[in-house]
Ligand binder design. Structure first.
Ligand SMILES: Cc1cc2nc3c(=O)[nH]c(=O)nc-3n(C[C@H](O)[C@H](O)[C@H](O)COP(=O)(O)OP(=O)(O)OC[C@H]3O[C@@H](n4cnc5c(N)ncnc54)[C@H](O)[C@@H]3O)c2cc1C
Ligand code: FES
Ligand code: FES
Length: 467
């Protein structure tokens, strides 16, 4: 039996945990405001808010309900567009969409309103840039984005100066007309829901992390499967510093990682680099470990972490743990070193030594919400004279696996200059064997990698690039 709150109402259901939330909202509950379009996380029409109590604080995020299994929202507060009004008044985000003529056919509008509301609930600074990032997963086919952006800009102006303390934010947003009054009682209602201990991971169950890959690949099969939800494993949800190592729990989402203060401090480029991964409504659920374990040769997180020399801590069903360097984890196309019942419990990231430059490049058809033709990351450590001590170059889309490119030892002792950049670029292009596919020909991808390595060196040479 699953228990959660949908808008103002308590829900108890014995629907299957693999049913996607979108189908439950529309078909079982008859709430048509949440729209169905792509069912693949691409359009944002199905965006809802999911709130959960964590350490006594209620935090919300916007999610694509078409890829979100019902079992994942057990114990949570789910908010659809119908839940933003408890009387005839429009919420502030809705009113601003009207005031700025930001809706035409209206199909995308509920999703946009929910993403703007999530921005109110989560933004650290209510900046306009952050509001635009919050909308990066919401497509509109007819209004045009100028009017929507104008609504977002006015929302930023109206929220400026509001109390952003996580404990007080909901109350401030109720006072500002962003949320209806009933939100004030949600923490108590959530605390009263049953909180069963997460089921231990059984080797016969399908492990669901964010589900953003699984529920695109095989939603029908998952409806019938025994599922184990990583999001319920609070013990795997942490980012913490341990000497010169950052420990990242296996359940941490891409967005939690991107915004975490220790990540911002020690890996500052991640905040912008990971914006190139999917969109906010997906990053709010998608995990680093899901990106690693699906073994996609163009996984963005895999490429970033390979260049950063990450190690994985794998946990077996009997509690046994073993460490595997990420560059030894991939065995072949979509194959990795995971035995039956094992999961990635933790990622270990060594901090960047002084004199490190780090850069990520990705080329895709669209800047946002697209997977790469080629992606690549470079970690370059130099001595005080600017000579190379260590160079790690990772690339995706150029091999059956996310690849750490070999042969880079020969550049130790070389200066970071144009001649070295050209030699590294040629070595990288010679080392890879891409294939022709819909993302580009093999020759194009080789050339692309060559050019992206030059871009790495241009970024590395920029003033202030070294940490
Ligand atoms: C619209 C859209 C856009 C996308 N854009 C990008 C993009 O720009 N870049 C990119 O790299 N990817 C992209 N993806 C792919 C996907 O979102 C990512 O790969 C994501 O990081 C997968 O993580 P997840 O937690 O959702 O994985 P899930 O779907 O939950 O799981 C994926 C696989 O990993 C396994 N798994 C998950 N966690 C663990 C663990 N801890 N231990 C062992 N096995 C585990 C699962 O059992 C499953 O087999 C996109 C997907 C969509 C739908
Ligand atoms: S229906 Fe398009 S993102 Fe869910
Ligand atoms: S108003 Fe028609 S899709 Fe946005």
């Amino acid at each position: 039996m699953l228990n959660f709150i949908l808008n103002q109402h308590r829900v108890q259901t014995d629907e299957r945990p693999g049913l996607v939330l979108l189908d439950f909202i529309r078909d079982v509950k008859g709430l048509p405001g949440t729209k169905e379009a792509c069912r693949e996380g691409e359009c944002g029409a199905c965006t809802v808010l999911v709130g959960a109590l964590r350490n006594g604080v209620l935090t919300y995020k916007a999610c694509a309900s078409c890829l979100l299994p019902l079992g994942d929202v057990d114990g949570c507060h789910v908010v659809t567009v119908e839940g933003l009004n408890d009387d005839d008044r429009l919420s502030l985000a809705q009113q601003l969409m009207v005031d700025h003529s930001a809706s035409q056919c209206g199909f995308c509008t509920p999703g946009i309103v929910l993403s703007l509301t999530a921005f109110g609930l989560t933004s650290p600074d209510y900046s306009y840039a952050d509001a635009l990032d919050a909308l990066d997963g919401n497509l509109c086919r007819c209004t045009g984005y100028v009017a929507i952006r104008n609504a977002a800009r006015t929302l930023c102006d109206r929220l400026a100066g509001l109390d952003r303390d996580p404990q007080k934010r909901v109350a401030s947003l109720i006072a500002a007309g962003v949320l209806p009054d009933y939100f004030a009682g949600i923490p108590q209602q959530l605390a009263q829901l049953p909180h069963p201990a997460p089921a231990p991971f059984s080797p016969s169950a399908v492990l669901v992390a964010g589900g953003t890959d699984l529920f695109v690949q095989k939603p029908e099969a998952l409806l019938e499967s025994d599922l184990c939800f990583l999001s319920k494993r609070d013990d795997l949800n942490y980012v913490r510093l341990d000497g010169r190592l950052l420990r990242v729990g296996g359940a941490v989402t891409l967005e939690e990682f991107r915004r975490h203060p220790e990540v911002k401090k020690h890996f500052p480029s991640m905040e912008k680099d990971l914006l190139l991964h999917s969109s906010t409504i997906l990053r709010n659920k998608a995990t680093l470990t899901g990106n690693i374990a699906n073994a996609s040769p163009i996984g963005d997180a895999s490429i970033l972490l390979l260049a950063l020399d990450a190690k994985l801590v794998l946990a077996g069903p009997d509690g046994a743990r073993r460490e595997v360097p990420l560059d030894k984890f991939y065995r072949g196309y979509k194959q990795c070193d995971l035995t039956c019942g094992e999961l990635i419990g933790e990622i270990l990231l060594p901090l960047l030594p002084p004199g490190t430059r780090f850069n990520f490049e990705k080329v895709s058809n669209r800047v946002i919400l697209d997977i790469a033709a080629v992606n690549t990351a470079l970690r370059l450590i130099t001595d005080p004279q600017g000579r190379i001590l260590d160079l790690r170059l990772a690339a995706g889309g150029v091999a059956p696996i996310p690849l750490l490119i070999g042969g880079m030892e020969r550049f130790r002792g070389k200066p970071v200059d144009e001649a070295t950049a050209k030699a590294v670029a040629q070595t990288a292009a010679d080392a890879v064997k891409p294939i022709d596919d819909v993302r580009g020909s093999a020759a194009y991808k080789k050339q692309l990698l060559h050019q992206l390595v030059l871009a790495h060196f241009a970024a590395a040479a920029a003033p202030g690039a070294a940490r």
